[in-house]
Every structure is written in structure tokens, then in C-alpha cells.
Design a binder for this molecule. Sequence first.
Ligand code: HEC
Length: 110
Amino acid sequence: MKNLILSMLVLCISLLPLNASVYKGQKYFKKNCLSCHGKALVFVTEKSYDQWMKYLDVNGDVIYNLHNNVDEAALSMKYFNSQKYRISIGHYRDFFLEYANDTGNIPACE
Ligand code: HEC
């Protein structure tokens, strides 16, 4: 039993995104998007690579516009209006594209 847990742990660690930017994207997502979009990895894997490419186009404006003037998204606008959001777009992109549902990358550990 102990060995099993240990090998699971080793497996999890070795499956952590090699790319620090992917990891950052996931971290930012948890902090800024999770409250409305549920479990990060479920949300990400709902969409394909091409879909995410479209959402992340024009430097974040597509996602910005999806939230702007939407009542249920009102609470997110403080963040979307901030410089922080624009700076983080590259990390979101790396995270979303890494786990898009047609990449074959399966997020094993959260
Ligand atoms: C306060 C709640 C809220 C937060 C926080 C929020 N969103 Fe959303 N988001 C929404 C709502 C509501 C919609 C649906 C808008 C519509 O249907 O017009 C949406 C739609 C989307 C969509 C369109 C696809 C889909 O599945 O609906 C994407 C992509 C998205 N959000 C990404 C993000 C990202 C990335 C963040 C964090 C940076 C984020 N959202 C933070 C409320 C939120």
C-alpha cells in the first residue's frame, strides 16, 4: 500500500507540466476564473485547440468581450479591466492549449 501511494506520488510529480508557463496559467486560472468556471481542468478540456486559439485571439479581447456587459460576469470585470489580465494572457494561452481536448494531454493530477 505504501509503495502504491509512493509510486502514485512520483507519477504525479513527473506529470506536472514541464513548462512553468503552463503551471502559471493554471495558477492564475484558479485564482481568477475558478469561482465562475468550476474545476479548472474540466473547463479547459471542454474545448479544442482551435476553439482556445479563437478565444485567446487579439490579446485577450475575445474573452474580455465575452464577459463585458454580462450580468453574471460582472464580478470578473475588475480583473479583466486590469493590467494583470493582459500580462497573464500568454500564461492562460499556454495552459489552455496544453490541455485542450484534442491535444492528447491528459491532466492527471490537480
Ligand atoms: C464573475 C464570473 C466570471 C469570472 C470570474 C470569469 N468568467 Fe468567464 N464567463 C462568465 C460568464 C457568465 C460567461 C458566459 C458569457 C455569455 O454566455 O455571454 C463566461 C464565458 C467565458 C468563456 C466562453 C466559453 C464558455 O464556456 O462560456 C470563456 C472562454 C471564459 N469565460 C473564460 C474565462 C477566463 C479565462 C476567466 C479568468 C481570467 C473567466 N472566464 C472568469 C463568468 C465569469
